[in-house]
Design a protein around this ligand. Structure first.
Ligand SMILES: Nc1nc2c(c(=O)[nH]1)N[C@H]1C(S)=C(S)[C@@H](COP(=O)(O)OP(=O)(O)OC[C@H]3O[C@@H](n4cnc5c(N)ncnc54)[C@H](O)[C@@H]3O)O[C@H]1N2
Ligand code: MOO
Length: 434
């Protein structure tokens, strides 16, 4: 971190994320019914408590037989086996064993069996009913079966523990619980899981010019877009979000709002009022509310004035008021920090590589994060930069599905150059609305 002058703490995006995570710990944990754990982050490792499957079971509907009985079977020389019992899924293990107990080793017998039923110890293979010729009794049940081929031991049988041995670490803490993870937890009969609580976040849009949506727009004023942008973004990340009405450009009122928000939140996010203008009060009000700066300038454009502060267990982000810069701050900085607080092991953004479809001429002393459309063609990501991508505009970022990075320096980037990019948070690419 470079200290340019008092209170100007300049960081790169990577350094900003490191400082944010170093200064904050994952939030509280709670025990919840499994149904309420979708999208939550597991707070404890999960070790398998017993073998899976828990017993030796049939994987097909058919007949449990001894492979030895079929050694001489072949086309035209069927081996006939007597069907001595039937075992279906849910049958108690004891009953399945009892039904074949004390039979002479060489007897040619079989047990009618169904998928998921325990395989009696006597038998080492299951023959699918499609390859068996049954002779039925008066009750419609098979009395004898003819089989015209040998059958290797173990076929169509799932051995106890073949899927998972007991004591195996199968879900590590920090895993997000989705349908796949439910397969493990539910298969082991877990009714509850210990998960991280949702981070509590308060959003404070700042600016005298801002009006609430739904009111008639006065001259020279604008609607508060960022309040809802930040709210929606954080909901997609699975946070518990409260959106406040716009706060005026007034240092004492803003300091009080920040103080009140910090009492109820793990993160407070302001938008606007963070630059160098006479009426930009976020930094001063944050200090009055007892916050220490973590950084006050980020080497990125848009969103250079993005700042972060901390006070005890609370982080405060000062995002830019320009909607596109505000959104960049959310994707590049707020998202990894929120995911860290959620206790996610993969909290960092996943950067990909793609080929620029157009040159980007505008030189910039900082890395430029441009809104783009990323498409995959023949295994290669292609990045089309969107026109009119100004920090104060909304069209380009509303249309974009990616942010690509043009490296710092006077040159920009040429068409065909390989650049890093990030797919934007969206319901369709991993966001969660909870
Ligand atoms: N002399 C300088 N001026 C500026 C600099 C600079 O370095 N020197 N930096 C510029 C850059 S870069 C940015 S980004 C902006 C950031 O300004 P703030 O974060 O303080 O934001 P505001 O000035 O309050 O507002 C900027 C712009 O965004 C509109 N806005 C604000 N809040 C909302 C909202 N909730 N919804 C929609 N739009 C909003 C606001 O009306 C302004 O038009 O500073 C530059 N200035
Ligand atoms: O950093 Mo500002 O967001 O370029 O416009």
């Amino acid at each position: 971190m470079t200290t340019l002058q008092k209170q100007q703490l300049v960081v790169s995006v990577e350094e900003a994320i490191r400082h944010l995570c170093e200064g904050a710990s994952p939030v509280r944990t709670e025990k919840l019914p499994l149904e309420d754990c979708v999208g939550r982050v597991l707070a404890e490792d999960f070790f398998t408590p017993f073998p899976m499957p828990p017993f030796r079971r049939a994987a097909m509907d058919g007949y449990a037989v001894r492979s030895q009985s079929l050694l001489e079977a072949g086309p035209g020389s069927e081996v006939m086996l007597k069907v001595i019992a039937e075992v279906k899924a849910g049958t108690s293990k004891e009953w399945a064993q009892e039904c074949t107990v004390d039979r002479p080793v060489n007897d040619r017998d079989a047990v009618r069996i169904f998928t998921g039923a325990p395989v009696p110890h006597r038998y080492d293979t299951v023959v699918m009913q499609e390859v068996v010729t049954p002779i039925y009794g008066e009750d419609g049940k098979p009395l004898w079966i003819g089989i015209d081929r040998p059958h290797p031991a173990g076929r169509h049988i799932a051995e106890a523990g073949e899927d998972l041995a007991p004591g195996k670490l199968i879900l590590v803490k920090g895993t997000v619980i989705g349908a796949k993870e439910m397969a493990v937890l539910a298969s082991y009969g877990q009714a509850e899981a210990v998960v991280r609580s949702k981070p509590r976040i308060v959003v404070l849009p700042v600016g005298d010019e801002l009006q609430e949506p739904g009111t008639a727009l006065s001259a020279n004023r604008i609607y508060d877009a960022n309040g809802l942008v930040v709210y929606a973004f954080l909901k997609q990340l699975g946070a518990q979000v409260t959106r406040r009405k716009p706060v005026p450009d007034h240092p004492a009122i803003l300091a009080n709002e920040i103080r009140l928000a910090a009492e109820q939140a793990d993160i407070v996010i302001t938008t606007g009022g963070i630059s160098v203008g006479d009426h930009d009060y976020v930094e001063r009000s944050a200090a009055s509310a007892g916050f220490e700066p973590i950084f006050t300038k980020v080497l990125m454009r848009p969103g250079t004035p993005t700042s972060a502060f901390k006070k005890e267990g609370c982080l405060l982000f000062g995002l830019s008021g320009n909607p596109s810069a505000c959104y960049s701050g959310l994707e590049l900085l707020v998202k990894p920090a929120v995911q860290w607080l959620k206790g996610m092991k993969n909290y960092r953004n996943q950067w990909l590589k793609g080929k620029l479809e157009d040159s980007v001429g505008k030189p910039c002393p900082y890395p430029r994060y441009i809104r783009s459309i990323a498409t995959m063609e023949l295994g290669v990501w292609r990045i089309a930069p969107l026109p009119n991508d100004k920090s104060g505009n909304i069209a380009a970022f509303a249309e974009a599905n990616a942010i690509a990075v043009i490296p710092a320096g006077g040159r920009g980037a040429a068409k065909g150059e390989i650049v890093s990019f990030l797919l934007l948070t969206h319901m369709a690419n991993g966001g969660l609305t909870l």
